[in-house]
Design a protein around this ligand. Structure first.
Ligand code: C5P
Length: 499
């Protein structure tokens, strides 16, 4: 039986640009599309293809069921060639793992950060995505063969290896890491690794048991010792359905970390920060992690628990701090707020994903938890849509369990940010409850606001009224726009760092 999965197909068709576009993308005839529409299902093989095509168009999708969460975000296509492109040149090697489709998003994010990306794919990567999708995204030929006369005539493999400021492997599979560690050069990708003089960076991704295997651990340690930089992996759900360490870091995280590892880019970035360019660069060099928006916890395939957080406050803080030169990582639940400029945005859905993304973003100098994290999740979310019982009087009980507390976890982390800031929305005894919350969660400052007043919605509103509690002070702030509150908090952080 063919493997299928249920989808909101009309939304996907609209986003793709119609039935003909989907036909071409999936290489199927018109009757296949009619069948998909009638059944509301797509074949599993379509999932990575559609995911890649829509993320390339700027949409945000849930990878498991292709639900469109947001988009399309503004994308600046970079079609300039390597010769006249001023940004760093990155050779993006894609190895053959299920996470290969996420490498397309890494390519997109790198371009948004100003890099010029040239793709290289292994033979097994081509089982997951096509060189054409990468070439379309980068505006450059994607190289995939060591023995192709055309490729060698256009750009010999040694020149390709030497032309890069950075070689980035996404995903680095167990097999790829083993071959790289052994110095085997039996295809274009591994040959490049031996021939390059540039820094090599890998983002490992694999099944948790494969990751924990001694052979993989030894290859990982040895590559690292030889100077290969590793980004992740992190803990969480892996594509094979098992949970544990081995999940690849989010694309935005990989792109931002890779850019930071390019010496020329880092130097230019520092120079830009020093020059000021008309804005205050007071927080230049500080890495600030911010959580924002709600988290959404699945009940079954189509239903979920959510809250009304708009992400306005967290996003405004991200903007204010980025404008002061900070290097901001914004981990956000699903929101309609536009992505702030000059910020590394990591989109997540659940609290567990938010925690994993925060974990992966450390170390940071400052953490600000503005997200409205769902306190509970359904203990065993159903894989399929739950059926309503025939009996109209029958009740329904969902067993919930507590989500991790991200603020408390960051406050107690071994590599704890020096300054950890939380929010406390309280309906009564604002000062006492917020002060107790600050102590209980172990954070340094807490921004407390009264919620639940009839004319004072806070959630979703552009206004906020708050007080700032530290270990030894309380400062009351007047009602103001969330953007103003963000500037006020940025002033406070600046003052803390200048004193
Ligand atoms: O416990 P309460 O939700 O009132 O705490 C609010 C603060 O804790 C906010 O800063 C929020 O971002 C953070 N929080 C968290 N993880 C949770 C619950 C709350 O980071 N699971």
């Amino acid at each position: 039986m063919k493997k299928v999965f249920p989808v909101n197909l009309s939304a996907i068709l609209t986003a793709l640009g119609g039935r003909h576009a989907m036909q071409q993308l999936l290489d199927v005839g018109p009757s296949a599309i009619s069948n998909y529409l009638t059944r509301g299902q797509l074949p599993q093989r379509a999932k990575p293809i559609i995911y890649a095509a829509l993320t390339a168009k700027g949409y945000q999708l849930r990878p498991d069921d292709l639900e469109i969460i947001a988009g399309p975000a503004a994308i600046t296509p970079h079609t300039v060639s390597a010769e006249n492109h001023a940004g760093p040149r990155i050779l993006l090697i894609i190895a053959g793992g299920i996470a290969a489709y996420k490498a397309l998003e890494v390519a997109r994010q790198l371009q948004q950060l100003g890099a010029h990306v040239t793709g290289v794919m292994t033979d097994s990567a081509k089982q997951f995505i096509t060189p054409l999708s990468l070439a379309a995204l980068t505006g450059e030929k994607c190289y995939d063969s060591l023995f192709s006369l055309t490729d060698e005539a256009e750009m010999g493999h040694i020149r390709l290896a030497r032309s890069a400021d950075l070689v980035l492997v996404v995903p680095a599979t167990a097999s790829f890491m083993a071959r790289a560690n052994a110095g085997i050069a039996d295809d274009l990708a591994t040959t490049i690794l031996l021939a390059t003089t540039a820094k090599v960076v890998m983002a490992p991704a694999m099944n948790p048991v494969m990751w924990a295997h001694q052979a993989t651990q030894s290859n990982f340690a040895s590559l690292r010792q030889r100077g290969v930089e590793m980004i992740g992996p992190v803990s969480g759900d892996t594509a094979c359905g098992e949970e544990g360490e081995g999940r690849m870091c989010e694309p935005a995280m990989i792109a931002a970390a890779a850019m930071r590892l390019i010496p020329t880019y880092a130097a230019r970035d520092e120079a830009d920060k020093d020059s000021g360019a008309g804005t205050s660069r007071s927080l230049s060099g500080k890495h600030i992690l911010i959580t924002s928006g709600p988290t959404i916890e699945p009940i079954d395939k189509v239903r979920f628990i959510a809250n009304r957080s708009s992400g306005k406050q967290g996003h405004a803080i991200a903007t204010a701090l980025a404008n002061r030169g900070a290097n901001v990582t914004l981990v956000s639940g699903p929101v309609t707020e536009p992505a702030p400029a000059n910020v590394t945005l990591v989109n997540v859905t659940t609290a567990a994903e938010m925690l994993a993304a925060c974990d992966a973003a450390l170390p940071a100098d400052i953490a600000i938890c503005a997200a409205a994290v769902a306190d509970w999740r359904v203990k065993a979310a159903a894989d399929e849509k739950l059926k309503k019982p025939e009996n109209p009087d029958a009740g329904m009980t969902l067993e919930l369990c507590q989500n991790p507390d991200i603020l408390a976890t960051l406050s107690a982390a071994p590599n704890r940010p020096k300054l950890v800031i939380g929010f406390a929305a309280e309906t009564e005894n604002l000062l006492e409850n917020a002060a107790a919350k600050r102590r209980r969660k172990g954070c340094d400052w807490i921004i407390a606001n009264q919620v639940g007043g009839e004319d004072d919605p806070v959630f979703g509103s552009a206004l906020n009224q708050a007080m700032l509690l530290t270990s030894d002070s309380v400062e009351e702030w007047p009602r103001m726009q969330k953007t103003e509150l963000a500037e006020k908090l940025a002033d406070q952080i600046e003052a803390e760092y200048s004193s």
